[in-house]
Design a protein around this ligand. Sequence first.
Ligand code: AMP
Ligand code: GLY
Length: 417
Amino acid sequence: MKVLVVGGGGREHAICWKLAQSPQVTELYCAPGNAGIAQIATCLPVAATDVAGMVQCAKENEMDFVMVAPDDPLALGMVDALEEAGIRAFGPHKNAAIIEASKAFSKELMKKYHIPTAKYATFTDYDAAAAYIQEQGAPIVVKADGLALGKGVTVAATVDEALSALKDMMVGGKFGSAGGTVVIEECMTGPEVSVLAFTDGKTVKPMVSSQDHKRAYDGNQGPNTGGMGAIAPSPNYTPEIAERCMKEIFQPTIDALNAEGRTFKGVLYFGLMLTADGPKVVEYNARFGDPETQPVLSLLDSDLFQIFNACIDGTLDQVEIKWKDAAACCLVLASGGYPVQYQKGYPITGLDQVEEAVVFHAGTKRNEQGQFVNNGGRVLGVTAVAPTLEEAIDQAYLSAKPISWKDMHYRPDIGRV
Ligand code: AMP
Ligand code: GLY
């Protein structure tokens, strides 16, 4: 089968790596991909957000199957467009992907169906939002409604900080139209866990749990990033909590989306906070998380392509999904200055000396001399699997040692905070 993966980051590298292991996948393509992905798939120069271009590319190349990984094309309706063109596609339709694309929508859904989450209010008017912040006091959380690369959220310790974030979003236009509507939430506390789940719209099968590290600097300080590293499974996610999440959050969400006429097929990502009052939803994503996908798929023993097909066909209940009895750690190597400002184009050395880990490429390309160079904020995800979490973490750091480029930056405490 000819399979095309849409996207070009570490997540897509991990998805391609896993799909390449399926006997049914005989030809693998990725658009636009990156220099690391190009080692295992043929990369095609179509932007992930170019819906019409991607449909045309899939038709011209006679793809049998297209997997849409990132949030933007899902929100733009790429899966709908591919299906209309008669191409089998994996991922939620546009009307279900809204669960990530609009925080106002997802909060309303949770309220209506009694799915536990932080208390909130939604605003389109700056003065009303500012008055609400004054009235509620701090700490308080201010979120842009739309997609903002995971960076449209401010957890404010003071009222002033919250007001300034609000102003950036609603007056300064920091996140463009994504910030025209804001959600203001109660601040929750507790360990955060990500649970990615396969679903065919009826059955939901959670993957092993994971934990991202969103802050740029050590000790969970600094600005939010797309994610500086991830471990799986999360030591905080006990079987009791898992059972409660299935009953109170996972299945109710799938049922709620069905009741709204927005059946969700694909990967639904539950960002959870384990509060003193029980697990609550921080956010939903309509897709695999990045970097969580790297450690999570490293632990998958079953055929990913078969699972994708079962999600489309509505037969997920008949598929047994097996996970390694082990742990994984993905350490993100980032460009110096990320997420604020960074230089691209520095040659990366030491990649050929990495042992005992898989290095997923998030943002690389080849220069004219054929060397890998950094080409994004997050550049590489060094991912190790070991019998215990401690060993996996140690192994990821050890494996990353030989790799370097100018101003390379990584957190020393992934899996330890
Ligand atoms: P989100 O993009 O909604 O996942 O938010 C990004 C990060 O902000 C989350 O991973 C949390 O660490 C934090 N966050 C979001 N909402 C809340 C909340 N209501 N209370 C505390 N922290 C939050
Ligand atoms: N790691 C968080 C996300 O993918 O949104």
